[in-house]
Design a protein around this ligand. Structure first.
Ligand code: ZN
Length: 233
């Protein structure tokens, strides 16, 4: 969550935030349409039926929003909340990203690059006047998003997933995710040892192994997130 009003991906927000905090979300930005990154649009929309005056804008590449519409909010699995309570004033509103960025969302300049994952997925760079940070949810070995970060002089942080321990590298590559060893290779491509790196999205069953292996990744400022942390960037 950025500035209490811009949500990055929608996986657990309806469980993590109070109804009042959910009502402050004006924009949701999706990286891809895997279930654990979009499923909570369903419950967020349901919770916000009578809580807001304006629709929540749901941003993402057109193909990602198409998948949400086709497979989740399709009036079969769940109601189409872009038509409820009325098409004129719905709970959710799709806002497809243009073919090329950047765009302004919630007062931030947002750029993106496609990253390596089994479905169409992007990573994002967020900038204000003085600072920037990178956000890559699910990714395997990839290129363009690191170039975007490397060439941004005001980059102040990079949030990156690491899902599997090193012994499961084959599984990580096959499912489009990362191990600590693969992370080390990505950080070499980012080539910004001055930038703090925050690791998230570790699979629960490998937490102990991941903590041990991530502690051995040679980066001057690498933090493993547990959830609930607040950073000023
Ligand atoms: Zn995914």
């Amino acid at each position: 969550m950025i500035d209490e009003c811009l949500l990055l991906d929608a996986g657990t927000v309806s469980f993590a935030l109070s109804l009042e905090d959910q009502a402050r979300i004006d924009d949701v930005l999706l990286t891809h349409a895997h279930l654990d990154h979009m499923v909570d649009l369903a419950f967020l929309a349901d919770n916000m039926l009578d809580m807001r005056q304006q629709p929540i804008r749901v941003w993402g590449p057109q193909s990602v929003l198409d998948m949400v519409q086709e497979h989740l909010l399709n009036n079969r699995v769940w109601p189409d909340f872009t038509q409820i309570p009325s098409p004129e004033n719905p709970v959710l509103e799709y806002c497809p990203l243009p073919d090329e960025g950047p765009v302004m969302i919630a007062g931030l300049k947002v750029s993106w690059e496609q990253i390596n994952h089994p479905v169409y997925t992007v990573g994002y760079l967020f900038e204000n006047d003085n600072n920037a940070f990178l956000y890559s949810a699910d990714t395997s070995d990839t290129e363009a998003i690191w170039k975007l970060g490397r060439e941004c002089p005001k980059l102040r942080g990079a949030f990156i997933e690491t899902s599997f321990p090193n012994r499961l590298e084959g599984l990580a590559i096959g499912s489009g995710h990362m191990t600590p060893r693969m992370l080390e290779n990505q950080l070499a491509k980012l080539d910004r040892d001055d930038v703090p790196v925050y690791i998230f999205y570790m699979k629960q069953q490998y937490l102990d192994e991941l903590h041990t292996e991530l502690s051995q990744v040679p980066h001057p400022c690498l933090t493993v997130l547990n959830g609930g942390e607040i950073y000023e960037i």
